[in-house]
Design a protein around this ligand. Structure first.
Ligand SMILES: *[C@@H]1O[C@H](CO)[C@@H](O)[C@H](O)[C@H]1NC(C)=O
Ligand SMILES: *[C@@H]1O[C@H](CO)[C@@H](O)[C@H](O)[C@H]1NC(C)=O
Ligand SMILES: *[C@@H]1O[C@H](CO)[C@@H](O)[C@H](O)[C@H]1NC(C)=O
Ligand SMILES: *[C@@H]1O[C@H](CO)[C@@H](O)[C@H](O)[C@H]1NC(C)=O
Length: 159
């Protein structure tokens, strides 16, 4: 079946970030900027105040259906291990997309300003996967040394 690319809307609708430990992680900016009706950019700037050699991120996708319900994806990535040697194919795929918009592509430790500049969603990312129409939330919780430090919640819509 042919689907016109123009008919597809795949874009961010909201971004909510929160630090759970402001003496380690400060969120300076976590905002969306609409370029046009179909393209919304995500900008992030967070400062890690002390170096960390242990970063785990728990990522879970929720789909809206009278409240947000867990939807298929639920996994944890060991970022330092990942950056040393990529091992999880899904993580490789998702993270290599982020890398183009970020300053994250280096090995641990991490310290200082962490930047995402102008990240946006595009249909090509889905590589033809059949994604049902709907509103989604990608909830990511970030841990340093197994303690939750901050969260980044990205809402998006696919139509
Ligand atoms: C908060 O960050 C400080 C470093 O500034 C660290 O020593 C402390 O263990 C952290 N607390 C939690 C609960 O993660
Ligand atoms: C990130 O935020 C910090 C603190 O506000 C600021 O000094 C820095 O210039 C910002 N970086 C970018 C790339 O906007
Ligand atoms: C998602 O994964 C976490 C950690 O592995 C687990 O505690 C949680 O129950 C999972 N959630 C669902 C809906 O499977
Ligand atoms: C990240 O860095 C590695 C090693 O420097 C490089 O091979 C890879 O292509 C980079 N990835 C991206 C998306 O920039």
């Amino acid at each position: 079946q042919l689907v016109s690319q123009e008919a597809v809307v795949f874009k961010f609708t909201n971004a909510v970030c929160e630090s759970h430990n402001k003496s380690w992680m400060v969120i300076n900016n976590c905002r969306l900027r609409a370029v046009n009706r179909h393209k919304v950019l995500f900008n992030f700037n967070g400062t890690i105040l002390h170096p960390t050699n242990s970063i785990m991120v728990h990522s879970q996708i929720f789909k809206k259906a009278s409240g947000y319900k867990p939807w298929i994806i639920n996994y944890t990535t060991d970022c330092c291990r990942f950056l040393k040697k990529s091992y999880n194919p899904l993580a490789i795929y998702i993270n290599s997309y982020y890398f183009d918009f970020s300053n994250f592509n280096h090995s641990c430790p991490f310290m200082g300003d962490q930047i995402i500049d102008g990240l946006y969603l595009k249909v090509e990312m889905l590589k033809g996967l059949p994604i049902p129409n709907g509103d989604y939330l990608l909830a990511m919780n970030w841990y340093f040394y197994e303690k939750k430090q901050f969260s980044t919640n990205l809402y998006y819509t696919y139509t």
